[in-house]
Design a protein around this ligand. Structure first.
Ligand code: AMP
Length: 361
């Protein structure tokens, strides 16, 4: 999509790579603006399909299906960063909401660390690990505790191993894929910078919530985020802005950081809407989902300001979802979102609840 092309008129079709909850919420926002969505993902629990007018359940390497999908869309975006590049590159470039460079960078932990380091960001001390010798050298140079992560395909704490000591490391069998070993950061808080960049290059940021994780997966995000985050988010925003500009990015982009005594330390980048921004549906003037759609369709961006004094987002995971409607009877103005997943497996994100309040404690 070139910055000069006209905004997509109502009735236009947005293609979404990926079939998860992020695609579902993007499609819901698109529908409100008069657009239709078509999804594309391999067979699976594609909960985005319910919000789409059509859904291609085809493999990432199915050239014919990719061409048919592209033929039906006016613009194509993605809802997760591990869409194989081959699939994205099979789409005519003028249909892509943003260049595949963002995916290429974010799909590889080492590439994204290099990319943000060049922009002036600080990353945890780290080393590439492909074999036992690399691992031993990394442990010696970087020390423990640390975390070993596959460079690709990890998410929600998957593809990660905590290494408490050199002895732990000796007992760990490498996964047979390239990894990065990184020092465990001592942080005061975790936060993400979520921005939207329009086709015209305009950038807006949502407030940064403080994120807490359980087992490597986001559990809770709260606003106000507290002084550790509030004193560092400007610096982090500066990196995120540079990243978006360097990538010529259009849409919502997320960078995650640790707030440390030495300032913000970059953790990872997601070229998409982000779990820690779900609070924006009720809590911000315009949600991350709506602004992503506005950006990729060339519409004016909506305001990102926070509308409540206090906001809490909590994920609903695994079997907790089975009786989630009980939450509606609880206090704190709960806004419940269930993703319609068929199986409430342990550790699976099934929904979220956002509580908003204008009462200061
Ligand atoms: P990631 O998939 O890299 O975002 O990791 C998931 C979560 O694991 C992070 O949000 C942190 O809570 C934790 N984590 C990951 N890397 C580190 C690190 N180098 N130091 C401390 N905690 C980490």
């Amino acid at each position: 999509m070139s910055s000069s092309s006209a905004p997509l008129p109502p009735g236009s079709t947005i293609g979404i790579f990926g079939g998860g909850q992020l695609g579902r919420m993007l499609a819901m926002a698109a529908m409100q603006l008069g657009y239709r969505c078509i999804g594309y993902a391999p067979e699976g629990d594609n909960v985005a399909a319910e919000a789409c007018v059509d859904f291609f359940e085809n493999g990432w390497h199915d050239k014919a299906a990719l061409a048919a999908f592209a033929g039906k869309c006016d613009v194509i975006t993605w809802e997760f960063e591990n869409v194989p590049l081959e699939a994205v590159e099979a789409i005519p470039a003028q249909l892509l909401a943003t260049d595949a460079a963002a995916l290429r960078t974010a799909q590889d932990r080492l590439a994204e660390k290099r990319f943000v380091t060049d922009l002036g960001a600080i990353c945890a001390d780290h080393a590439r690990v492909e074999n036992d010798d690399d691992f031993a050298r990394a442990i010696e140079r970087i020390g423990t505790p640390g975390i070993l992560k596959t460079t690709r395909d990890g998410y929600d704490g998957k593809g990660q191993w905590r290494v408490g000591s050199a002895q732990d490391a000796r007992g760990l069998r490498l996964p047979g894929r390239p990894c990065v070993f990184e020092r465990q950061v001592e942080f005061e808080a975790e936060f993400s910078v979520i921005l939207v960049r329009g086709r015209d290059g305009a950038i807006a940021f949502w407030d940064s919530a403080a994120n807490s994780h359980e087992g490597g997966m986001l559990a809770r995000s709260v606003l106000p985020a507290g002084s550790a985050v509030e004193s560092q988010f400007e610096q982090a925003r500066d990196i995120a802005r540079q990243a978006a500009e360097a990538l010529g990015y259009v849409g919502v982009l997320t960078l995650e950081f640790f707030a440390t005594q030495d300032g913000p330390v970059f953790n990872e980048m997601a070229p998409r809407v982000h779990n820690s921004g779900h609070w924006s549906i009720e809590g911000a003037a315009t949600s991350q989902f709506e602004n992503h759609i506005r950006a990729i369709c060339g519409l004016p961006l909506g305001g990102t300001q926070t509308r409540f004094a206090e906001i809490e987002l909590r994920n609903i995971v695994g079997e907790d979802a089975l009786d989630a409607h009980r939450i509606l009877g609880e206090g704190g103005e709960p806004h419940l979102h269930l993703y319609g997943k068929s199986e409430a497996r342990e550790g699976r994100k099934m929904g979220h609840v956002t509580r908003v309040s204008n009462r200061r404690a």
